[in-house]
Design a protein around this ligand. Sequence first.
Ligand SMILES: [Zn+2]
Length: 317
Amino acid sequence: MLLKMPQKLLKTAHYIELGSYQHWPVLIPQRIRLYTYEQIPVFLRENPYITDGYRAHLPSKLCLKSIFILSNETVNIWSHLLGFLLFFSLGVNDLSTVLPASGAHRDDYVIYAIGLFCFQVCMLCSVGYHLFSCHRSEKTCRRWLALDYAGISVGILGCYVPGIFYAFYCNAFWRQVYLVTVLSLILAVFCAQVHPRYLSNDWRRLRMALFCSVAGCSVVPACHWVWLNGGFTSDVVQLFLPRVMVMYLIAGSAFMFYITKVPERYFPGQLNYLGASHQVWHVLVVLMFYWWHQTAVHIMHFRLSRPCPAQTGSGQH
Ligand SMILES: [Zn+2]
């Protein structure tokens, strides 16, 4: 028995490169092995600067098991799994403590529930994709990729809904106009996914352009909000515009990491397991959602403490 143990360990030991040190031993379950970029199927080849640590050719059960091994997807999986737990606990905390203590109305509960639910869906779709992208069937991988993209749209929706609701709190007309517009835009992106070539590598840039324009459209209601509130000198704009700018800054840098594949393009093969652009993108997305959630809490407190000045008439045109 004692003699058998080391032999079993030897069988499953795999040496990986982490940072500049090349011989980290990692124990992985039998039947899961890691491949280099050249060894994986073509449909999985997306980032040539990540040279090793790929899982591939696995059945569903082993994809699930691979959550506990160190591969080049481990940080991607766990960052959004922890992100899901964060937004789940924020949801429980908001609905049970924060909102009742602030004297929130029924609408506030609905908006918070929608926003946080969208963030959780986005996190779970991403976890699912990174967990099952090593599936042996190309069709299954593509389906999970489609779900990951659908999750990003849902995440963007989760930012828009509370943003528009509180920005146009005192103007029911524009609130409805923007909410309906955003819902139709996101629905259109969902429909575009049905196109058979949508997930192909040639359409990668188009997909990114689509997400960028859906997120970029938020500049219109943002400027309109500044104008409706009396410009840059008004209290509410001075209080919340810096928070909106920080949101754009986080979203912009997250997107830059995503498309440029920095920093791994400058250190090919050295950031396979830790520090790659997709991992930075994941962390920034969690940070961005968290920041937007905190902003919603602040603006809700502001709105609940000050009655709307425009309710007597100007909001009803
Ligand atoms: Zn991802």
